[in-house]
Write a protein that binds this ligand. Structure first.
Ligand SMILES: Nc1nc2c(ncn2[C@@H]2O[C@H](COP(=O)(O)OP(=O)(O)OP(=O)(O)O)[C@@H](O)[C@H]2O)c(=O)[nH]1
Length: 270
């Protein structure tokens, strides 16, 4: 079994930063390699060591220049090109061994998770190659400025979850930007009642039934809760590996055990 995280979320929410943190955590704390694959043909730069880059196959800049497309049309064209050339991605992961760990830095456009099929095709391909894949959906703290924004962020996470049918974890990024005393707990703990009660006062009564129904949907999918990430908090990544939910979905703790065992074996044999 090989492992992969599919890191998704709206543009600029901190996906690449999350990938860089995870890669560093694997290196320093788990003493393991984590291969990060960039799947965003519009990416400009990232802080991680990139193992494979979709821009070697096609980039949005090339599509815009050669076909005179705009950035959104260019992104869709590039991702459809990837879909038609899935063998390129297969080649990038064909040397993956049992227990290897990959993280895929995905583009943010919601179309890719609502009605276009390419991301699902990538997941299917990985699963066929014996990867256990988990979805990690990032939204940043802008989405918790009020409950209506949070609802829209949670629904976009739900869109990705139902389309990819992956075990799914939400991450609330950029928590260092929260104002002092901000009430983040109700989002992190998944207190849908508190969120609905705020919506009751902030939105027109005509939306009340709809909001209650949406709250129920999110709760039933366990989508209200988020793991809070502050890139400057070094303890975060450690907490991640010791969390039962993360371990169960992402296979991290087991891998840590495996890493220790193999390094102990090395020490013993020296
Ligand atoms: N303050 C703060 N800024 C962050 C954090 N994470 C990311 N950023 C900043 O947010 C911006 C976007 O971060 P990225 O990691 O590139 O976000 P992304 O989702 O990969 O962006 P796209 O690939 O363009 O969709 C960058 O300027 C980051 O430095 C964080 O935890 N705190």
């Amino acid at each position: 079994m090989k492992y992969a995280q599919f890191v998704m979320g709206p543009a600029g929410c901190g996906k690449s930063t999350y990938c860089a943190i995870i890669q560093e955590h694997f290196k320093v704390a788990l003493r393991r390699t984590c291969r990060v694959v960039n799947l965003d043909p519009a990416a400009e730069n990232f802080a991680y060591d990139c193992y494979a880059d979709v821009r070697d196959l096609i980039s949005v800049d090339d599509v815009m220049e050669e076909l005179d497309y705009g950035p959104n049309g260019g992104l869709v064209y590039a991702m459809e090109y990837l879909s038609e050339n899935m063998s390129w991605l297969e080649e990038q992961i064909c040397d993956a061994l049992d227990d290897d760990y990959y993280v895929f830095d995905c583009p943010g456009q919601i179309e890719l998770y609502s009605h276009l099929s390419v991301m699902r095709e990538v997941v299917d391909m990985l699963q066929n190659e014996d990867f256990r894949v988990a979805g990690v959906y990032c939204i940043d703290v802008n989405f918790i400025e009020d409950s209506a924004k949070f609802l829209s962020g949670a629904l976009s996470a739900l869109t990705a979850m139902v389309n990819l049918e992956l075990p799914h974890i939400n991450v609330l990024t950029k928590c260092d930007l929260l104002p002092e005393g901000a009430d983040v707990e109700r989002y992190v703990e998944g207190d849908s009642e508190a969120i609905l009660s705020e919506l009751r006062t902030s939105m027109h009564p005509r939306y009340r039934k709809l909001n209650v129904a949406l709250g129920q949907v999110l709760e039933e999918y366990s989508l209200v809760s988020f793991v809070a990430l502050n890139r400057d908090d070094e303890a975060w990544a450690d907490e991640l590996t010791s969390s039962v939910a993360w371990d169960g979905l992402l296979g991290l703790k087991r891998r840590q055990g495996a890493a220790r065992t193999s390094s102990e074996q090395n020490e013993n044999s020296e």
